[in-house]
Design a protein around this ligand. Structure first.
Ligand SMILES: NC(=O)c1ccc[n+]([C@@H]2O[C@H](COP(=O)([O-])OP(=O)(O)OC[C@H]3O[C@@H](n4cnc5c(N)ncnc54)[C@H](O)[C@@H]3O)[C@@H](O)[C@H]2O)c1
Length: 321
């Protein structure tokens, strides 16, 4: 039998997708699937999240249409295939594949996986977009660990090509084949891990670069600016590690390190002294006007003094919760 373009576009057999969690990631992942011709249910417990998701997606796609990157009829068809709602059951019954993108809390995720296991057909593949939790932890909440894996998209999901495909201990080769084929059909680049590890590939490598950058800075080997400059001009990074952390938020970096420490118990995984001091002083990066750098109203920046060297700065010891 000859393969028509339509057949090859659905070689994975995934036609109906349920995305759970309509925040920054889930909303864009749902639209990526809808643009790729899938019927998508996007479910969130908070109606306000869905209103925000739809507004943001409409604005993003309008901009693509304006720039000539997307045809109006393709945009309209994608929105017609995207169903937003708060009822998990509504999208679960026909789902070939689920992508979970709810808050990064293990209890919330395991409870959801147990429920999805009960309400989706037996054949349905359950995946998680978690940034850190390995699929085996989520698979343990289900009776189908062979049909559970992680599909880790990057932010912004509408733009970033990489999707890490992470097998758990019991994930079957057939599940991985479907997940990988589906990722390719979305126009993304699947990056398959051989076995699971917390944090996966790209973020672990990025974190290792950040840790070394902080080590060099705290050791007095170079200034923030010199380290960022070396990463940009020698390694081709679009931003240095301190510049990037100012953009993504020092509190996020602090949470990531603290979560890793909670898992490993290795003191080397604790937030560094200089990161800890900045977070305690409320210097969280661009969003507070100061992090590793200090930002002027005209957008220029200069290295901020270390709070430890500033006796007037109240280092309260309070940390984000
Ligand atoms: N933000 C990123 O850069 C990024 C990148 C890759 C992966 N991730 C991962 O993606 C997931 C979502 O992250 P995000 O940044 O989109 O979070 P977010 O806070 O923007 O959105 C989470 C959404 O989940 C909803 N939610 C919470 N519990 C729910 C439940 N039980 N059922 C349905 N909806 C529920 C919330 O109402 C919220 O709208 C997390 O696991 C995160 O680690 C985030």
């Amino acid at each position: 039998m000859s393969t028509t373009p339509l057949d090859s576009a659905t070689a994975s057999g995934v036609h109906d997708v349920l995305v759970v969690g309509g925040g920054a990631m889930g909303s864009q992942i749902a639209m990526v699937c809808a643009l790729a011709g899938r019927t998508v249910h996007l479910v969130d417990t908070e109606p306000a999240s869905l209103v925000r998701a739809e507004g943001q997606l409409r604005a993003r796609l309008a901009s693509r249409v304006e720039k000539g990157r997307l045809r109006t009829e393709d945009r309209d068809a994608a929105f017609a295939r995207l169903h937003l709602g708060t009822d998990l059951e509504a999208g679960a019954g026909r789902a070939d594949l689920v992508i979970e993108a709810v808050v990064e809390k293990i209890d919330v995720k395991t409870e959801l996986f147990a429920r999805l296991d009960r309400i989706t057909p037996e054949r349905t593949i359950l995946t998680s977009n978690s940034s850190s939790f390995v699929p085996s932890r989520l698979a343990a909440a289900t009776r189908r660990p062979d049909r559970v894996c992680n599909l880790h998209f990057f932010n912004p999901a509408l733009v970033m090509a990489c999707v890490e495909v992470v097998p758990g201990e019991a994930t079957s080769p057939a599940t991985l084949e479907t997940a990988t084929a589906f990722t390719r059909e979305l126009g993304k680049e699947p990056v398959l891990l051989s076995r699971e590890i917390n944090g996966f590939l790209a973020n672990r490598i990025l974190n290792a670069v950040r840790d070394e950058a902080v080590h060099l800075y705290e050791g007095g080997y170079a200034s923030l600016e010199a380290i960022d400059l070396a990463c940009r001009t020698a390694l081709g990074h679009p931003q240095g590690p301190f510049e990037l952390q100012d953009l993504t938020g020092l509190d996020i970096a602090w949470f990531t390190k603290t979560a890793r420490y909670a898992e490993t118990g290795d003191p080397a995984d604790l937030p560094s002294t200089s990161l800890d001091a900045r977070v305690a002083a409320g210097h969280l990066g661009r969003k507070t006007g100061r992090g590793w750098y200090q930002y002027a109203a005209d957008g220029t920046k200069q290295p901020a003094p270390d709070p430890i060297d500033e006796p007037s700065t109240p280092v309260t010891g309070d940390r984000p919760r």
